[in-house]
Design a protein around this ligand. Structure first.
Ligand code: MN
Length: 233
Protein backbone atom coordinates (compact mmCIF):
# COMPACT_ATOMS: atom_id res chain seq x y z
CA UNK A 1 0.00 0.00 0.00
CA UNK A 2 1.24 3.49 -0.83
CA UNK A 3 2.09 5.81 2.04
CA UNK A 4 -0.34 8.70 2.31
CA UNK A 5 1.06 12.06 1.22
CA UNK A 6 2.72 13.72 4.23
CA UNK A 7 1.23 16.82 5.74
CA UNK A 8 3.42 19.80 4.75
CA UNK A 9 4.30 22.77 6.94
CA UNK A 10 4.50 25.10 3.92
CA UNK A 11 3.05 24.65 0.40
CA UNK A 12 5.20 22.35 -1.76
CA UNK A 13 6.92 23.98 -4.74
CA UNK A 14 5.18 22.73 -7.87
CA UNK A 15 6.90 20.42 -10.34
CA UNK A 16 8.87 22.08 -13.15
CA UNK A 17 7.76 20.89 -16.59
CA UNK A 18 8.58 21.75 -20.19
CA UNK A 19 6.18 21.59 -23.14
CA UNK A 20 6.56 18.79 -25.64
CA UNK A 21 6.28 19.72 -29.32
CA UNK A 22 2.95 18.67 -30.77
CA UNK A 23 1.61 17.21 -27.52
CA UNK A 24 -0.38 18.33 -24.49
CA UNK A 25 1.54 16.13 -22.02
CA UNK A 26 4.61 17.85 -20.61
CA UNK A 27 8.18 16.78 -19.77
CA UNK A 28 8.87 16.81 -16.01
CA UNK A 29 12.32 18.17 -15.10
CA UNK A 30 14.57 16.58 -12.47
CA UNK A 31 17.99 18.29 -12.76
CA UNK A 32 19.65 20.68 -15.22
CA UNK A 33 23.27 19.89 -16.10
CA UNK A 34 25.37 22.17 -18.33
CA UNK A 35 28.60 21.46 -20.20
CA UNK A 36 31.29 24.15 -20.26
CA UNK A 37 33.31 25.00 -23.37
CA UNK A 38 32.15 22.32 -25.80
CA UNK A 39 32.79 24.05 -29.15
CA UNK A 40 36.41 24.81 -30.07
CA UNK A 41 35.72 28.30 -31.45
CA UNK A 42 33.92 29.30 -28.24
CA UNK A 43 36.76 27.93 -26.09
CA UNK A 44 39.15 30.13 -28.10
CA UNK A 45 36.96 33.25 -27.77
CA UNK A 46 36.92 32.70 -23.97
CA UNK A 47 40.74 32.58 -23.93
CA UNK A 48 41.21 28.82 -23.65
CA UNK A 49 42.94 26.11 -25.62
CA UNK A 50 40.46 24.23 -27.84
CA UNK A 51 42.05 20.87 -26.97
CA UNK A 52 39.87 17.94 -26.11
CA UNK A 53 40.27 18.35 -22.36
CA UNK A 54 37.82 16.28 -20.33
CA UNK A 55 34.40 17.96 -20.27
CA UNK A 56 33.43 19.86 -17.14
CA UNK A 57 29.97 20.50 -15.77
CA UNK A 58 27.90 22.91 -13.74
CA UNK A 59 24.21 22.99 -12.91
CA UNK A 60 21.27 25.32 -13.05
CA UNK A 61 18.17 24.85 -10.93
CA UNK A 62 15.08 23.37 -12.59
CA UNK A 63 13.14 26.42 -11.40
CA UNK A 64 15.52 28.64 -13.44
CA UNK A 65 13.98 27.31 -16.67
CA UNK A 66 11.79 29.73 -18.60
CA UNK A 67 9.30 29.11 -21.40
CA UNK A 68 9.63 29.82 -25.09
CA UNK A 69 8.08 33.20 -25.81
CA UNK A 70 8.33 34.43 -22.22
CA UNK A 71 10.09 37.70 -21.46
CA UNK A 72 13.62 37.48 -20.00
CA UNK A 73 13.85 39.97 -17.12
CA UNK A 74 17.35 41.49 -17.07
CA UNK A 75 18.76 40.16 -13.77
CA UNK A 76 20.09 42.30 -10.92
CA UNK A 77 23.73 42.65 -9.79
CA UNK A 78 25.22 42.55 -13.29
CA UNK A 79 25.92 44.78 -16.27
CA UNK A 80 27.02 42.08 -18.69
CA UNK A 81 24.49 39.31 -19.36
CA UNK A 82 25.45 37.09 -22.30
CA UNK A 83 23.44 34.72 -24.49
CA UNK A 84 24.67 31.16 -25.09
CA UNK A 85 22.52 29.16 -27.52
CA UNK A 86 22.68 25.42 -26.79
CA UNK A 87 21.27 22.03 -27.75
CA UNK A 88 19.29 20.63 -24.82
CA UNK A 89 19.09 16.88 -24.25
CA UNK A 90 16.13 15.55 -22.25
CA UNK A 91 16.64 12.15 -20.62
CA UNK A 92 13.90 9.53 -20.40
CA UNK A 93 16.11 7.10 -18.50
CA UNK A 94 19.29 7.35 -16.48
CA UNK A 95 21.75 5.40 -14.38
CA UNK A 96 25.38 5.43 -13.33
CA UNK A 97 28.42 4.47 -15.43
CA UNK A 98 26.40 4.42 -18.64
CA UNK A 99 28.55 3.10 -21.54
CA UNK A 100 28.89 5.48 -24.50
CA UNK A 101 27.32 2.87 -26.79
CA UNK A 102 24.15 2.79 -24.67
CA UNK A 103 23.94 6.50 -23.85
CA UNK A 104 21.52 7.35 -26.67
CA UNK A 105 19.01 4.86 -25.29
CA UNK A 106 18.60 7.27 -22.33
CA UNK A 107 17.60 10.22 -24.52
CA UNK A 108 13.88 10.99 -24.68
CA UNK A 109 14.15 14.16 -26.75
CA UNK A 110 15.93 17.36 -27.68
CA UNK A 111 15.28 21.08 -27.52
CA UNK A 112 16.74 24.55 -28.01
CA UNK A 113 17.89 26.43 -24.90
CA UNK A 114 19.81 29.55 -23.96
CA UNK A 115 22.32 29.43 -21.10
CA UNK A 116 21.99 33.06 -19.98
CA UNK A 117 25.16 34.06 -18.13
CA UNK A 118 26.16 36.99 -15.93
CA UNK A 119 29.56 37.18 -17.64
CA UNK A 120 30.95 39.78 -15.23
CA UNK A 121 30.16 37.63 -12.20
CA UNK A 122 31.51 34.56 -13.97
CA UNK A 123 34.79 36.33 -14.75
CA UNK A 124 35.11 37.38 -11.11
CA UNK A 125 34.32 33.83 -9.91
CA UNK A 126 36.93 32.37 -12.25
CA UNK A 127 39.54 34.88 -11.07
CA UNK A 128 38.86 34.19 -7.41
CA UNK A 129 38.35 30.43 -7.79
CA UNK A 130 34.76 30.75 -6.58
CA UNK A 131 31.70 28.74 -7.70
CA UNK A 132 29.62 29.83 -10.70
CA UNK A 133 26.07 29.75 -9.31
CA UNK A 134 25.59 33.52 -9.21
CA UNK A 135 26.73 33.69 -12.85
CA UNK A 136 24.64 30.79 -14.12
CA UNK A 137 21.80 29.72 -11.82
CA UNK A 138 19.69 32.86 -11.48
CA UNK A 139 15.98 33.36 -12.15
CA UNK A 140 14.86 32.83 -15.79
CA UNK A 141 18.47 31.98 -16.72
CA UNK A 142 17.51 29.16 -19.09
CA UNK A 143 14.86 30.06 -21.68
CA UNK A 144 13.82 26.72 -23.25
CA UNK A 145 11.95 25.74 -26.36
CA UNK A 146 9.65 22.70 -26.40
CA UNK A 147 11.14 19.21 -26.19
CA UNK A 148 10.82 17.23 -29.42
CA UNK A 149 10.89 13.45 -29.01
CA UNK A 150 13.86 11.48 -30.37
CA UNK A 151 11.19 9.03 -31.55
CA UNK A 152 10.24 11.73 -34.10
CA UNK A 153 13.56 13.26 -35.13
CA UNK A 154 16.17 10.64 -34.23
CA UNK A 155 19.46 11.79 -32.68
CA UNK A 156 20.81 14.88 -34.42
CA UNK A 157 24.61 14.94 -34.65
CA UNK A 158 24.77 17.70 -37.25
CA UNK A 159 22.67 20.71 -38.18
CA UNK A 160 22.94 24.48 -37.96
CA UNK A 161 22.67 26.06 -34.51
CA UNK A 162 22.32 29.85 -34.44
CA UNK A 163 21.10 32.80 -32.41
CA UNK A 164 19.97 36.17 -33.75
CA UNK A 165 19.54 39.37 -31.77
CA UNK A 166 16.96 41.72 -33.31
CA UNK A 167 17.34 39.79 -36.55
CA UNK A 168 21.15 40.08 -36.71
CA UNK A 169 23.16 36.85 -36.62
CA UNK A 170 25.27 36.67 -33.43
CA UNK A 171 26.06 32.99 -32.91
CA UNK A 172 26.44 30.49 -35.70
CA UNK A 173 27.70 26.92 -35.53
CA UNK A 174 26.85 23.33 -36.28
CA UNK A 175 26.12 20.43 -33.94
CA UNK A 176 28.88 18.55 -35.78
CA UNK A 177 31.35 20.93 -34.07
CA UNK A 178 30.59 19.61 -30.56
CA UNK A 179 33.92 18.59 -29.01
CA UNK A 180 32.22 16.08 -26.70
CA UNK A 181 29.31 14.41 -28.49
CA UNK A 182 26.00 13.85 -26.72
CA UNK A 183 26.64 10.13 -25.93
CA UNK A 184 30.07 10.99 -24.53
CA UNK A 185 28.61 13.78 -22.39
CA UNK A 186 25.96 11.42 -20.98
CA UNK A 187 28.54 8.70 -20.28
CA UNK A 188 30.91 11.15 -18.56
CA UNK A 189 28.14 12.81 -16.51
CA UNK A 190 26.91 9.40 -15.37
CA UNK A 191 30.32 8.67 -13.85
CA UNK A 192 29.92 11.73 -11.63
CA UNK A 193 26.17 11.72 -10.95
CA UNK A 194 23.32 9.25 -10.98
CA UNK A 195 21.38 10.39 -14.00
CA UNK A 196 17.60 10.11 -13.96
CA UNK A 197 14.63 10.40 -16.26
CA UNK A 198 13.75 14.10 -16.30
CA UNK A 199 17.34 15.34 -16.38
CA UNK A 200 18.13 18.09 -18.89
CA UNK A 201 21.63 18.53 -20.30
CA UNK A 202 22.66 21.80 -21.95
CA UNK A 203 25.52 20.77 -24.21
CA UNK A 204 27.57 23.96 -24.62
CA UNK A 205 27.52 26.95 -26.94
CA UNK A 206 29.15 27.78 -30.28
CA UNK A 207 31.19 30.95 -30.81
CA UNK A 208 29.70 34.43 -30.88
CA UNK A 209 28.45 34.87 -27.32
CA UNK A 210 27.78 38.48 -26.41
CA UNK A 211 25.83 40.88 -24.21
CA UNK A 212 22.07 41.44 -24.36
CA UNK A 213 20.22 44.70 -23.71
CA UNK A 214 16.69 45.40 -22.55
CA UNK A 215 14.26 45.55 -25.47
CA UNK A 216 16.20 43.13 -27.66
CA UNK A 217 14.54 40.01 -29.07
CA UNK A 218 16.62 36.82 -29.08
CA UNK A 219 15.74 34.16 -31.61
CA UNK A 220 17.40 30.74 -31.48
CA UNK A 221 17.28 27.82 -33.88
CA UNK A 222 18.65 24.34 -34.27
CA UNK A 223 17.87 22.72 -37.62
CA UNK A 224 15.62 19.71 -37.15
CA UNK A 225 15.14 20.41 -33.41
CA UNK A 226 13.23 23.65 -33.08
CA UNK A 227 13.26 27.34 -32.35
CA UNK A 228 13.08 29.63 -29.33
CA UNK A 229 12.24 33.30 -28.87
CA UNK A 230 12.61 35.57 -25.85
CA UNK A 231 12.59 39.31 -25.30
CA UNK A 232 14.88 41.02 -22.79
CA UNK A 233 12.88 43.32 -20.50
MN1 MN B 1 26.84 27.41 -21.68
Amino acid sequence: MKDPAPELVIPAPGPVTLPVAGATARFPVHRVYCVGRNYAAHAVEMGHDPDRDPPFFFQKNPSNLASDGADFPYPPMTGDVHHEIELMVALGAGGSDIPVERARDCVWGYGVGIDMTRRDLQAEAKKLGRPWESAKAFEHSAPCGPIIPAAEIGHPDEGAIWLKVDGAMRQEGDLAQLIWKVPEVIAELSRLFELRAGDIIMTGTPAGVGPVQRGEVLEGNIDGVGTLTTRVV
